[in-house]
Design a protein around this ligand. Structure first.
Ligand SMILES: *[C@@H]1O[C@H](CO)[C@@H](O)[C@H](O)[C@H]1NC(C)=O
Ligand SMILES: *[C@@H]1O[C@H](CO)[C@@H](O)[C@H](O)[C@H]1NC(C)=O
Ligand SMILES: *[C@@H]1O[C@H](CO)[C@@H](O)[C@H](O)[C@H]1NC(C)=O
Ligand SMILES: *[C@@H]1O[C@H](CO)[C@@H](O)[C@H](O)[C@H]1NC(C)=O
Ligand SMILES: *[C@@H]1O[C@H](CO)[C@@H](O)[C@H](O)[C@H]1NC(C)=O
Ligand SMILES: *[C@@H]1O[C@H](CO)[C@@H](O)[C@H](O)[C@H]1NC(C)=O
Length: 575
């Protein structure tokens, strides 16, 4: 029996148009609860304070309720609830500024319920948002934990206890990746989003809608009629002029249609003035409306408008049933992750069985502050689980009194060992250099790592060099990638010891970057440089170690990587 290592859930919440959500009042200290029977929450306004003398005044003296001109618009509730179907917040966990300390206040939130989908990705998992031929519009996103149930299966309680964990800027990071795209893959990972609650297993929730791009083309002297039915027009582009020689060319002489670089810069503004926010509008395609950008050329008005798309009535859908998700799933199958949520799915099982040709498992016990040593005679390391703590009285007991190893219920699952050792043939780690939280002070701990040796190729690229990974007709699957320095001998030819002595240097996002460049490709070229991976240790000469394997791809699976090498360099230059 084989299980998947992460769960992907997509809910399609639907309603023909907007469902009115309503207006919720919560006295300070109570639980603020917003819910949508159908659709997703979209907060319109949220006010903290007091604007009348009756609401939330029951148990309070007159004085506490008398100031009725105290109100502060707040965004916390929108940030946390938008895009959810049900949202419960403990208002006493907010740190809202107090405008009127003498007055007993309440929260007043007005919200609506809108069409949308929600995808939940457990920490270290991947998922693809897909809008088919339409475009993704992100409603909201959070990386953290707001309940103790989601992505909790098989985990110790202590890892899911913190339910007030919200990573700032998650939404803007997902917007950068996905907004306006037809499909995009997101990874729930500390390397992309900020970890604001170390020691808690997190998940990424992304809510989005699909927006259709409609086009309208109108030949000169005619009138464009835009209609959105019950919805409102939103424009994204418009041009009056000529950009090709075929559109609106019937019966026209060559000299009126050969000029194809004719643009009227103000077109969008002028069309917006007539149409934006209306359900229908008319725009004459004439020089009187737009003035003439190219005298003598027969022109046309080309308008791209956005409009919300109705989704079909929804139920729980597992996107693994969709072809593209199966592809992504395999490319990005996160072999580092511990079995977090178990989900059986036969079709995928077939693929994964074919991939995971692992050799028998090994266990390594490493006493705290000693050197951890994993080795594969054939293949490369794939850490299955790594626990820091103590579960046995037998291991690592030397030189300690009984009190140092009495406690045998001390467990901290760490991913650091997998991050640093996966994909290598030999891995030597000084555990005293690891910054892993202490799960049980006073107890002498050890690392219990189980790992397999799996087929894989390893490529070493010294700083400033390029190498190409290639899988012939098959597709690359990245096992791991490490940029930095873990020993003083690799790529040290002719170098002074100063630049090789830091052997605890790891760039944080390396695996995700390499995966986005190479996964699913036949070949890909990598450059070991700070421009691509950022510089984790200035003054140290670094190298990139990439391990990968090749597998055959079902015919329907796309091969585009999400980013090019140049784009990755660009990203770091600008930030
Ligand atoms: C509450 O406000 C209303 C209208 O402003 C006023 O008529 C009423 O007397 C007030 N009640 C108290 C208890 O102050
Ligand atoms: C009520 O609170 C607001 C905000 O602090 C303050 O400006 C106003 O003077 C207060 N009004 C009364 C009657 O205390
Ligand atoms: C709550 O906010 C809504 C919308 O701003 C407003 O109409 C309503 O009067 C407010 N209710 C209270 C009790 O403040
Ligand atoms: C446009 O072209 C016509 C004929 O070539 C000419 O008579 C007219 O003056 C031109 N108009 C402008 C604004 O250049
Ligand atoms: C190490 O972990 C394995 C698998 O979880 C377990 O069976 C074994 O007892 C552990 N060993 C020690 C010494 O804790
Ligand atoms: C145990 O203690 C002795 C004496 O202090 C020391 O020589 C030895 O290295 C220690 N052993 C370990 C494994 O730490």
């Amino acid at each position: 029996m084989l299980f998947l290592k992460l769960i992907l859930l997509t809910f399609i919440a639907t309603q023909d148009t907007f469902v009115y959500g309503g207006n919720i009042i919560t006295c300070k200290g109570d639980i603020h609860r917003l819910a949508c029977d159908t659709g997703l929450i979209k907060v319109q306004s949220s006010v903290y304070g007091r604007t009348d003398n009756t609401t939330c005044s029951i148990d309070w003296s007159y004085n506490n309720a008398v100031n009725t001109s105290c109100s502060l618009g707040i965004s916390t509730i929108a940030d946390r609830c938008n895009g959810q179907r049900v949202c419960e917040l403990k208002t006493d966990s907010f740190d809202t500024p107090d405008l009127c300390p003498e007055t007993y206040k309440y929260y007043n939130t007005t919200y609506e319920c809108i069409d949308g989908r929600v995808t939940v990705i457990c920490e270290r998992g991947y998922s693809t948002l897909d809008c088919g031929d339409t475009l993704i519009q992100i409603i909201n996103a959070n990386y953290g934990r707001s309940d103790s149930v989601t992505c909790s299966s098989g985990l110790y309680n202590s890892l899911v206890l913190n339910t007030n964990c919200y990573s700032p800027n998650t939404r803007s990071a997902v917007v950068k990746l996905c907004h306006g795209q037809r499909r995009c893959t997101v990874e729930a990972s500390d390397s992309i989003f900020t970890d604001v609650c170390t020691g808690t297993v997190k998940y990424l929730t992304v809510s989005y809608t699909c927006i259709e791009l409609k086009k309208s083309v109108t030949c000169e002297h005619n009138t464009a009629i835009l209609q959105c039915g019950a919805k409102l027009i939103k424009l994204i582009s418009a041009n009056y002029g000529r950009t090709d020689s075929t559109t609106c060319s019937a019966g026209k002489p060559y000299n009126q249609i050969f000029k194809t670089n004719c643009y009227m810069p103000n077109t969008l503004k002028l069309v917006e003035a007539r149409c934006e926010g209306k359900s229908s509008c008319e725009v004459p395609a004439t020089n009187t409306v737009f003035s003439d950008p190219c005298n003598g050329t027969f022109k046309f008005l080309n308008i791209g408008k956005l409009q919300s798309v109705k989704t079909s009535r929804g139920r729980l859908i597992l996107p693994v049933f969709k072809v593209y998700c199966i592809c992504e799933f395999i490319f990005n199958l996160n072999i580092n992750s511990i079995t977090m949520v178990l989900l059986k799915f036969t079709l995928l099982t077939l693929f994964i069985t074919a991939l995971d040709l692992h050799v028998s498992g090994k266990t390594a016990i490493t006493c705290d502050r000693n050197v951890l040593d994993l080795t594969c005679a054939t293949g490369v390391i794939q850490v299955k689980s790594s626990v820091y703590g103590r579960t046995s009285r037998k291991a690592c007991t030397f030189n300690c009194t009984a009190s140092h190893f009495d406690s045998t219920n001390c467990v901290f699952r760490t991913f650091t060992i997998a991050d640093r050792c996966d994909g290598l043939r030999h891995c030597n780690l000084r555990t005293d250099l690891l910054t892993i939280p202490d799960p049980c002070p006073g107890t002498y701990k050890y690392y219990n790592t189980t790992y397999n040796c799996i087929p894989g190729q390893v490529v070493l690229i010294c700083e400033q060099e390029h190498r190409t990974l290639s899988c012939g007709d098959n597709a690359i699957q990245i096992i791991n990638a490490i940029y930095g320095r873990a020993d003083s001998t690799t790529c040290s030819n002719g170098a002074t010891t100063c630049v090789t002595k830091n052997t605890n240097c790891y760039a944080p996002r390396t695996r995700a970057i390499v995966a986005s460049l190479c996964n699913g490709q036949r070949s890909c070229t990598l450059e070991a440089s700070n421009q691509v991976f950022t510089d984790p240790c200035v003054g140290t000469s670094k190298y990139l170690t990439v391990s990968y394997r090749c597998f055959s791809v079902p015919w329907h699976c796309p091969r585009q990587a999400t980013k090019t090498l140049e784009q990755h360099k660009g990203l770091h230059i600008h930030t």
